[in-house]
Design a protein around this ligand. Structure first.
Ligand code: ASP
Length: 345
């Protein structure tokens, strides 16, 4: 016998648009739990993926859920090895299950930007992948995790979310993995797509998109993970500062870097000794990318002399440039190819 249930337009509070939907007809969404504050408790310990899902009223009415425990770590302990395994797992889930509507990844907010961008460049399917976290732990008064998880599952289940790359959903907003920044250490509205704005919002009764992503990602990404690659190459970020003597740049170059990202000043300007060290390092064959510590706007094209191995990050922040270079430099690339990838992804 078919089990039916009353789904109030997928969420509570919309009695006017109530519909009867069979449980079997609900979209299937797979939740991958990695840890972070969303799973944390004031009394210590972390909720399992199954406990996280069970704590959210209405979730079972939004989608048929699968849950898996990938890791139980704060996101400051995430590593490139986690990124590789997570991306491969998501690609495998989509490849082996044509009926899977989407994937939700629960994750700490501190390095969600890096993991989200890595997946944005390396997931090879256009079904939605949605990253969700929270700023308050599961025991806090007004914990934001359950609402964010419900919103994330609804976005992952929505057909209109497909083809937009990896999405970050917190505080009822939908952001692109390429643009979103954590802007506040404490508040629940910490995630902001600073220059371009959110792609959409999660309303009580619908998912609304108002922007599209113009750069390459997922199925259109030119970056792919070689199945044989077990470790990503070393790409350090070196912060420039007033009066730098360039020693940190030279130390990074001597420490096996395949490329270096400089967190430079406004427009990609850097201190004289950092520039001198960058020119030496690039001249010896290790590309150096100038990114900016200023959150909005682009690095000037004039800081780059691409054929000499000095590149411009455009509007990618240093930590995203590092992610892109680590994937790209798993194989040899010319500085021109790297600049093109930076400009288009
Ligand atoms: N420490 C947490 C993390 O895992 C912070 C958070 O999740 O909001 O990133």
């Amino acid at each position: 016998m078919t089990v039916t249930r009353l789904v109030t337009s997928l969420v509570v509070g919309c009695a006017a648009s109530a519909a009867v939907v069979s449980a079997q007809e609900l979209p299937r969404v797979h939740v991958i739990a990695t840890g972070g504050t969303i799973a944390g408790r004031s009394e210590g310990g972390q909720l399992t993926g199954a406990q996280l899902v069970a704590a959210v009223p209405g979730l079972a009415d939004a989608a048929n859920l699968g849950v898996e425990e990938f890791s139980r770590v704060g996101s400051s302990a995430m590593t490139p090895d986690h990124w590789l395994r997570l991306s491969r797992r998501i690609n495998e889930l989509f490849a082996s299950d044509a009926g899977l509507a989407g994937v939700v990844v629960t994750h700490g907010t501190d390095t969600m930007e890096e993991t989200a961008y890595f997946l944005h460049l390396t997931v090879e399917h256009d079904r939605p992948v949605v990253m969700v976290g929270s700023m308050r732990n599961a025991s806090a008064v007004s914990a934001d995790g359950p609402a964010n998880l419900l919103s994330g599952v609804r976005v992952a289940a929505a057909t209109e979310s497909a083809g937009r790359g990896v999405l970050v959903v917190l505080n009822d907003e939908i952001h692109s993995a390429r643009d979103v920044r954590k802007m506040d250490n404490n508040r629940v509205d910490t995630f902001v797509s600073t220059e371009w704005g959110a792609l959409g919002v999660v309303d009580a009764d619908r998912i609304v998109f108002r922007r599209a992503v113009a750069t390459r990602h997922t199925t259109q990404s030119e970056l792919h993970l070689d199945p044989l690659v077990a470790e990503l190459p070393r790409v350090p970020i070196v912060a420039d500062y007033a009066g730098s003597d360039g020693a940190s740049m030279r130390a990074a170059a001597h420490d096996g870097a395949v490329a270096i990202v400089v967190q430079a000043f406004g427009g990609g300007r850097a201190s004289p000794e950092t520039r001198r060290a960058a020119a030496e390092i690039a001249g010896a064959g290790t590309p150096v990318v100038y990114a900016s510590r200023v959150p909005e706007g682009r690095v000037m094209e004039s800081v780059a002399t691409v054929d000499e191995g000095l590149l411009s990050a455009g509007d990618l922040p240093p930590h995203r440039v590092r992610v892109l270079l680590m994937i790209a430099l798993a194989q040899p690339r010319t500085p021109r190819e790297l600049q093109r990838l930076l400009d288009t992804h």
